[in-house]
Design a protein around this ligand. Structure first.
Ligand SMILES: [Zn+2]
Length: 372
C-alpha cells in the first residue's frame, strides 16, 4: 500500500514537473518570435551600409532614439577623366559624431597598369585606416566601369589586385563588396512594379541593358565568386544581398560554399518582399550569423541648401523608412513594401540581435592598425 501510494505520489510529481517543463518551453517559444516595440527600440542597431555624407542637426537625436549607429561608406564615382570620392566628408562627419558612426573607405582599379598602382593604393588605404576606417568597400566600378587601356573591363578577381587582398587579410580588415547590380539591370524595364524599375528609369547610366559592350551579369558574378574562392582568409560582406537578392537560393548556395562570406541587406528589401515570407524567414534563420542590417540611406547635400521645412520632412521621411524596414523584420502583419504585398518576418529577438548588432561587432575583432 505504502509503496503504491509513494508510486502514485512520484507519478503525480513527475506529471507536475512535466507540466512545468512544457509550459516553460511554451513560454520561451512564444516570446522568442516576438519583441515588444520598446524592447526593439532599445536593441543596439548598426546600419552597416549608409551614406550620411553631410551632417544634419537632427541625426544624433534620431540615432539615439533608435539606439542606432551607422557605417559611413565611401564610394568612388569614376568618370572618364576623374575619380570623385567623399571620404573627407565622411571623416568630418564621423569626427563630429564619433559615437554614432563608423568609417568605411574605398579604392578603385583605375591606373592598375601603372607600376606604382599597388604601392599607391595600399598607402592610401593605410592612411584611411589611420583616419579611422574599419572597412573597405569595393564598388561596381569593378566589372562595370573601370577599363584598361585596351578597353577591357577590370574584374574583381584580376590577379594584379592580390597584394591588396593580402594586405587586408594581414590586418583583419573586412571588405564590403558591391559587385554587379541586381540582375534587373541587364534586363529590359518591362514591369513598373519591379522594385528596381524606378532606379533604372531615373538612372539610365547604370542600366546595363543599355550598354551591350558591358560584361554580362553572369560574367561579373562569376568573377566575383572566383575572387571569394581565391581569398578564403579575406572577410567579405556581400552588399545588397550579393547582388542576387531576387534569388535567395543562389545566395544560399554561395553562403554554403564560401565560409568567408556574409551578406548585407541594403536597398534590397523589395526583392525580399517579392519572395515567399516563410522562405525568406527560413533564410534568416539558417544564416542568422551571416546577415547584417543595412539600408543605403544617406544625405546627398549640405543642410544649408534646404529650408527648415524640407529638413523636417526629410527627418520624418527617414524615420518612416527605417521604421518600415524594422517592421518587416520584427512584425508579422501584412504590409506593402516597395510596392510588394508581403508579410513581416517576425524574427526572434536572438536573430534580431545578431543581424542588427552582434554579427557586425565580430568583424571588428582582431583588426590591426597597419601603421603600428
Ligand atoms: Zn551604397
Amino acid at each position: 500500500m505504502e509503496i503504491n501510494r509513494t508510486h502514485k505520489r512520484i507519478k503525480r510529481l513527475n506529471l507536475i514537473i512535466l507540466i512545468i517543463l512544457i509550459s516553460a518551453c511554451k513560454s520561451t517559444s512564444s516570446t522568442e518570435g516576438s519583441i515588444s516595440a520598446e524592447e526593439f527600440k532599445q536593441l543596439p542597431k548598426i546600419d552597416v551600409h549608409a551614406h550620411y555624407k553631410h551632417s544634419r542637426n537632427y541625426l544624433s537625436d534620431f540615432f539615439n532614439r533608435w539606439n542606432l549607429k551607422a557605417m559611413l561608406v565611401d564610394v568612388a564615382i569614376e568618370t572618364n577623366d576623374s575619380i570623385v570620392r567623399s571620404f573627407d566628408n565622411y571623416v568630418a562627419h564621423q569626427r563630429l559624431l564619433p559615437n554614432d558612426f563608423y568609417l568605411c573607405t574605398t579604392f578603385t582599379a583605375a591606373g592598375i597598369e601603372k607600376s606604382d598602382y599597388i604601392e599607391r593604393t595600399i598607402a592610401q588605404l593605410k592612411k584611411d585606416i589611420e583616419q579611422g576606417a574599419v572597412m573597405v568597400k569595393v564598388w561596381k566600378n569593378f566589372g562595370m566601369v573601370t577599363q584598361d587601356s585596351e578597353g577591357n573591363y577590370i574584374q574583381i578577381n584580376d590577379p594584379r589586385l592580390n597584394p591588396i587582398w593580402n594586405f587586408l587579410v594581414e590586418n583583419n580588415i573586412t571588405v564590403l563588396a558591391h559587385i554587379a547590380d541586381p540582375e534587373q539591370a541587364w534586363r529590359p524595364l518591362l514591369d513598373p512594379n519591379n522594385p528596381h524599375y524606378n532606379y533604372y528609369k531615373n538612372n539610365p547610366q547604370y542600366h546595363a541593358y543599355n550598354f551591350p559592350t558591358m560584361p554580362s551579369y553572369e560574367e561579373i558574378i562569376s568573377a566575383r565568386d572566383q575572387w571569394i574562392e581565391n581569398n578564403p582568409e579575406l572577410k567579405i560582406i556581400g552588399a545588397h544581398i550579393c547582388s542576387m537578392s531576387n534569388n535567395l537560393d543562389a545566395v544560399s548556395e554561395r553562403l554554403e560554399k564560401y565560409s568567408n562570406l556574409s551578406v548585407e541587406l541594403g536597398a534590397r528589401f523589395g526583392d525580399l518582399a517579392m519572395q515567399d515570407s516563410e522562405k525568406v524567414k527560413l533564410f534568416f534563420e539558417t544564416y542568422q550569423d551571416r546577415i547584417l542590417f543595412g539600408t543605403d540611406y544617406g544625405t546627398g547635400k549640405p543642410e544649408d541648401q534646404f529650408s527648415a521645412q524640407d529638413i523636417l520632412e526629410e527627418e520624418q521621411d527617414l524615420e518612416q523608412r527605417y521604421k518600415h524596414l524594422f517592421n518587416y523584420l520584427v512584425r508579422e502583419d501584412s504590409m506593402v513594401l516597395r510596392k510588394q504585398n508581403t508579410k513581416g518576418l517576425g524574427l526572434s529577438k536572438t536573430i534580431l540581435s545578431k543581424i542588427f548588432n552582434d554579427n557586425f561587432l565580430k568583424f571588428l575583432e582582431n583588426q590591426t592598425n597597419p601603421s603600428n
